[in-house]
Design a protein around this ligand. Structure first.
Ligand code: NAP
Length: 317
């Protein structure tokens, strides 16, 4: 098995990972960013206009923002690897990270910034019609539902953003939410309420996705207050009910919180293992913004640098 030693390894490539990479690269550490095989760039790659990342008065497309972050980190010497991490060994001073091509990378400091992955409904038909009507990305799949009825499930900013975006394609968009109030910001809710193509089905949960000949055709929805069920015609079913932290590859190597995020010490990015730091949505279940992830990525880079400097000082004594 091939083993390669690096100064510092960053696992994950969203705003947190690329910001850590930028800081560590500018500090001369030539960090290795293991960016992921399928989803380098993280969640912003599936977003359209980002209006709230400071510095872009006219907004910027999510993929463009991530490409710019990657280039900026590479410009100063970060190395980007398009592989997935399959296992880690954080015992001992030299941490080991193994990728899906069988290579093990080692370094004295590691930053975990793997973000989170889409949450699923877990109802009959969801898996069966995934890619045949059920989707988790309006930007990727909205186009396929031109002049067709669409439903969006969820009550957060993602659901509203997707519902508004999908009005460009669908004959109508029905937003189904399990409560009658929304987690989404007021500006998004107001925009959706003003859009005549969007209907709301509230206090309701999806019980199943139904289809014919392999394609989704409707969802069965139950009102949680009255118990009544109804079928809503839908060729596209966009699930936008949040995300779960991506930590399965850690296999218990770091302490996690009850909600599945990585536990860090106080306001730092220090995890339960010295030399391993964590930043972004994999740590943060509260703020979860590109800018807050980027900020935490900066802190992780500075924490990692301080750790590596302390190790050097100890060795020189
Ligand atoms: P979120 O804010 O966690 O909202 C998830 C929504 O899904 C909630 O309404 C939740 O209902 C619902 N939900 C969760 N599990 C469910 C289940 N099993 N069945 C049915 N419904 C379920 O997630 P998000 O919308 O993906 O947003 C994540 C973060 O990104 C937020 O901080 C958000 O502000 C941010 N964001 C910002 C923008 C923007 O500013 N343009 C765009 C997208 C996302 P309850 O409300 O009942 O819990």
């Amino acid at each position: 098995m091939k083993t390669v030693q690096k100064n510092v390894i960053i696992i994950g490539s969203g705003p947190a990972g690329y910001t850590s990479a930028l800081y560590l690269a500018r500090a001369g550490y030539s960090p290795l960013v293991i960016a992921g095989a399928l989803t380098p760039g993280g969640q912003l790659m599936n977003t359209t206009e980002v209006e709230n990342y400071p510095g872009f008065a006219d907004g910027i497309l999510g993929p463009d923002l991530m490409e710019a972050m990657q280039k900026q980190a590479e410009k100063f010497g970060a190395q980007i690897l398009l592989n997935d991490v399959i296992s880690v060994d954080f015992n001992g001073d030299l941490k080991a990270v193994t990728t899906d091509d069988g290579v093990t990378y080692t370094s004295k400091a590691v930053i975990v910034s793997t973000g989170s992955q889409v949450r699923k409904l877990g109802v009959p038909g969801e898996q069966e019609y995934s890619g045949r009507g059920v989707s988790y990305c309006a930007t990727c799949d909205g186009f396929f539902f031109r002049e067709k009825p669409i439903v969006v499930v969820g009550g957060g900013d993602s659901a509203f953003e997707e519902a508004l975006f999908l009005t460009r394609f669908g004959s109508c968009v029905t937003l189904i939410h399990r409560r009658d109030s929304f987690r989404a910001s007021k500006i998004m809710v107001d925009r959706a309420r003003k859009n005549s193509k969007i209907n709301f089905v509230l206090d309701s949960v999806v019980c199943s996705v139904n289809g014919v000949d392999g394609d989704a055709q409707s969802v069965t929805v139950k009102n949680v207050k009255t118990g009544e069920t109804q079928n809503i015609e839908a060729s596209g079913i966009f699930v936008a009910i949040g995300h779960s932290p991506s930590t399965s590859f850690l296999d218990g190597a770091l302490d996690l919180n009850e909600d599945g995020t990585i536990s860090v010490q106080g306001a730092s990015t220090k995890t339960s293992v010295p030399g391993v730091f964590a930043a972004g949505d994999v740590v943060d279940s509260v703020y979860r913004q590109a800018i807050s992830a980027a900020g935490m990525g900066c802190r992780a880079a500075l924490d990692a640098q301080a750790y590596l400097n302390d190790l050097t000082d100890l060795n020189e004594q």
